[in-house]
Design a protein around this ligand. Sequence first.
Ligand SMILES: Nc1ncnc2c1ncn2[C@@H]1O[C@H](COP(=O)(O)OP(=O)(O)OP(=O)(O)O)[C@@H](O)[C@H]1O
Ligand SMILES: [Mg+2]
Length: 226
Amino acid sequence: MYQVQELTKIYDMGKVKVKALEGVSFTVPDGDMLAIMGRSGSGKSTLLRQMGLLDQPTSGRILLDGREVSRLPERERAKLRLRHLGYVFQEYALLGELTAHQNVYLPGMMLGEADNYRERARELLELVGLGERINHYPKELSGGEQQRVAIARALINRPRVLLADEPCANLDTISSAMVMETLVRLNRELGVTVIFVSHDPDDRKYAQSVLVLSDGRIAQRSGQVK
Ligand SMILES: Nc1ncnc2c1ncn2[C@@H]1O[C@H](COP(=O)(O)OP(=O)(O)OP(=O)(O)O)[C@@H](O)[C@H]1O
Ligand SMILES: [Mg+2]
């Protein structure tokens, strides 16, 4: 369970200070599928980065299963990220010189445990509907297929939470639907908590809960999120 309490993020640009989040509080129950929506500049990516422990808030706290995680030293946060969180970026971030399969077991290669990860990487690629594409290089895949490889990679360490920042922003309608349906399946079949950012109001249909941000504050909430 995620608890976000009075979260504020101010970007200090010297003379100018940008208040990207202001007093944001909410709780996400385990197994939820939450959409974070709002206009450009409303603070969606800033919020997701704080929840993914990729950045630290100016004030306020984030608790994961009751433990404060937002102020841990970077080494501790990195460990939590590796063990519990999967992160998917808008622009896939795959390595072009590795195949889809190698991209997915890359975290294992970095730990010197590639052998233990190969089979799981193949299963994950099947799970996201790419069983026939495992030896393709990123440039031999469509945008939607590359994004599904990135999702498979984010799942390699069996995270309980998958965070995705506009995973479909670079995709056409059909590829977007396949990526979103993949996220829904992970949520329903594996029980992964999915938190995704979108500015397409149509994507609400994939979510169980919705938060709408406006100027760094919560303007609307619905569903299981409290
Ligand atoms: N690294 C940064 N340094 C300074 N200001 C930033 C930084 N990142 C974001 N901001 C500012 O904080 C505000 C919120 O930005 P954020 O990227 O969270 O918005 P967003 O809702 O994700 O927008 P978009 O839909 O365009 O991706 C914006 O005013 C932005 O200019
Ligand atoms: Mg953004």
